[in-house]
Design a binder for this molecule. Structure first.
Ligand code: NDP
Ligand code: 8X3
Length: 257
């Protein structure tokens, strides 16, 4: 297995959930990390916690992945400071709403497409050239079971994660002549702030999603991502669909309510 000690890991959307759990496991294993998100206070708190706990560097960058200029400036700063990620976890993303298309909010659709597709691509464009120059490392694109299985009310979120799946394949082709590995992990239900965001802060609705079965935790996914990125360099996992044992498709749950 590859050691991440002293290596640089970039995690977008590290203020919560899967990104936060990834920050923990890489820091714990001695990597220096760059953590991003829009919530400055959380980034500062996580930086403080992880630097003190693991004696590593955790550099926070607060910006919105939808802001193309901000992402470009971030990429330029990485370049100027010779900060090339060895592992890049393109994770920032969200779902908004669960209405049928005829009842959907266009603002929600834009939020999802701008974040999960356009922001995802802005980040890839900012970081990939640096990694290609070094010709090493792994990109983990955070997909979803929603990227291969459409479910009622999932529509635009489904489409955005189908895009991640397609872009993961495209990136693999684009990286053919390099040593850079491109992988997507496609989780089912993971209990994070995801549903709280999807249901606009409605805690009851969000809690309800995870009732009656054991969902995945953010650290379950971080452990798997860690495994994927530390495999010997000749192994490239293209995609990995992971669900709770109590979930067997996007809509089939064995709930004990
Ligand atoms: P959380 O809501 O807990 O975390 C989402 C993270 O993304 C936060 O750190 C948030 O930071 C960041 N983020 C969202 N929008 C932006 C933005 N415009 N600019 C910068 N950062 C942003 O959810 P999860 O951890 O569950 O989600 C992480 C990824 O996993 C997403 O791509 C999601 O689609 C995917 N996923 C989640 C599953 C689940 O069941 N939870 C299952 C399958 C995939 P901040 O608010 O500070 O900007
Ligand atoms: C999050 C999982 O099934 O709610 O991507 O879309 S799901």
């Amino acid at each position: 297995m590859i050691s991440v000690k002293g290596k640089l890991v970039l995690i977008t959307g590290a203020t919560s959930g899967i990104g936060r759990a990834c920050a923990e496991i890489y820091a714990q294993n001695g990597a220096n990390i760059i953590i991003t998100g829009r919530r400055d206070d959380r980034l500062a708190k996580i930086q403080n916690e992880l630097e003190n706990k693991y004696n590593i560097i955790a550099a926070p960058y607060c910006f919105d992945v939808r802001d193309r200029e901000a992402v470009e400036a971030f990429g330029q700063e990485l370049k100027n400071k010779h900060l090339t990620p060895y592992i890049f976890i393109n994770n920032a993303g969200l779902a908004k709403g669960m209405s049928a298309i005829q009842d959907g909010e266009i603002d929600d659709w834009e939020d999802m497409i701008d974040t999960n597709v356009k922001g995802f691509l802005y980040m890839a464009k900012a970081v990939l050239p640096l990694m290609i120059e070094k010709n090493e490392g792994t990109v983990i694109n955070i997909g979803s079971i929603a990227g291969s299985q459409v479910y009622p009310g999932g529509n635009v979120y489904n489409a955005s994660k189908h895009a991640v799946r397609a872009l993961n394949q495209a990136m693999n082709m684009d990286m053919l002549k390099t040593n850079i590995r491109i992988s997507t992990i496609e989780p089912g239900a993971v209990e994070t702030e995801f549903s709280l965001v999807r249901f606009n802060g409605d805690k009851d609705k969000a809690d309800n999603v995870y009732k009656g079965f054991q969902p995945l935790s953010a650290s379950d996914i971080a452990d798997i991502i860690y495994f994927m990125t530390t495999l010997p360099e000749h192994i490239n996992i293209h995609n990995l669909l992971v669900t709770p044992t109590a979930q067997r498709s996007a809509t089939m749950f064995n709930k004990n309510l």
